[in-house]
Design a protein around this ligand. Structure first.
Ligand code: CAA
Length: 258
């Protein structure tokens, strides 16, 4: 048994359930959580006894984004040298089908993590968005690429440029979300959907995932790499410092456009 610090992992028959478990920080995705989630998903992926994976969040959020407190003081060179967020590429290499069970906030990196999954099942309390612009940065875990592919340019621009959130009904209408169910039923719905997938042929479900992703991901990698570099570059601005510091200090930001 691995001693996970930021997640929990359960096996229920052929379904692996990973719960993001930093509820006091609304499951903000710090580097430790990223490493643990990627390791746990890779372990489940290597286990032929597991036919589908469900990812959910403990408490009132799926995940409220990458951990702002961990990044606030970083500069451009640190972000670039660490290739911040590049570890998520291993998550998208998982071949077993993954369902995101989203209740509450899926913002920034939380929305981007849900979009890295294959199916999103949302509770009616779910809220999706890419609020990075309000912090003086841009999406950095694939949001500019995956959201645009999922819901189209006009809607993605609306969300990414204003930082507004969309509720579960709007997200379903826009095509981001597969199904909306009452919030207290979201995990059951995701687990039973995963059980259905898990009852089918694992190599064939992997192949189905691979071909759908081929339609979706052509040229995605170069877009993600470009996005990550520009995200790192936002750390060369004063407005990133101001936007993230204002969040940490619980005040409104005063952007200086530099
Ligand atoms: N990083 C670090 N800590 C976070 C966090 C985040 N993304 N989101 C929430 N938290 C922390 C809060 O700081 C707070 O901690 P303290 O109790 O120590 O003050 C705790 O979680 C609870 O949060 P709130 O008190 O703010 O809860 P709320 O219900 O009043 O508000 C919220 C909820 C609207 C989601 C608000 O927490 C919020 O706006 N969070 C930030 C959302 C955001 O900007 N996400 C994008 C992050 S950057 C990113 O993700 C880059 C990328 O592309 C990958």
């Amino acid at each position: 048994m691995t001693d996970w610090k930021t997640i929990t992992v359960e096996r229920r028959d052929r379904v692996g359930l990973i719960t993001l478990n930093r509820p006091d920080a609304l499951n903000a995705l710090n580097l430790e959580l990223m490493r643990e989630l990627v390791a746990a998903a890779s372990d489940l992926d290597a286990d032929t006894g597991i036919g589908a994976i469900v990812i959910t969040g403990a408490g009132k959020a799926f995940a409220a984004g990458a951990d702002i407190k961990e990044m606030v003081d970083n500069d451009y060179v640190e972000m670039y040298a660490a290739d911040w967020f590049s570890g998520w590429s291993r998550f998208t290499a998982v071949r077993t089908p993954i369902i995101a069970a989203v209740s509450g906030y899926a913002l920034g990196g939380g929305c981007e993590l849900a979009m890295m999954c294959d199916i999103i099942i949302a509770g009616d309390t779910a809220k999706f968005g890419q609020p990075e612009i309000k912090l003086g940065v841009i999406p950095g875990m694939g949001g500019s690429q995956r959201l645009t592919r999922a819901i189209g340019k006009a809607r993605a621009m609306d969300l990414i440029l204003t930082g507004r959130t969309m509720d579960a009904v709007e997200a379903e209408r826009a095509g981001l979300v597969s199904r909306v169910v009452p919030a207290d039923a979201v995990l059951d719905e995701a687990m039973s959907t995963a059980a259905t997938i898990g009852s089918l042929s694992l190599p064939i479900t992997m192949m189905a995932k691979e071909v759908v992703n081929a339609a979706y991901e052509t040229m995605l990698e170069s877009g993600i790499r470009f996005e990550r570099r520009v995200f790192h570059a936002t750390f060369a601005t004063e407005d990133q410092k101001e936007g993230m510091s204002a969040f940490v200090e619980k005040r409104d930001p005063e952007f200086k456009n530099r």
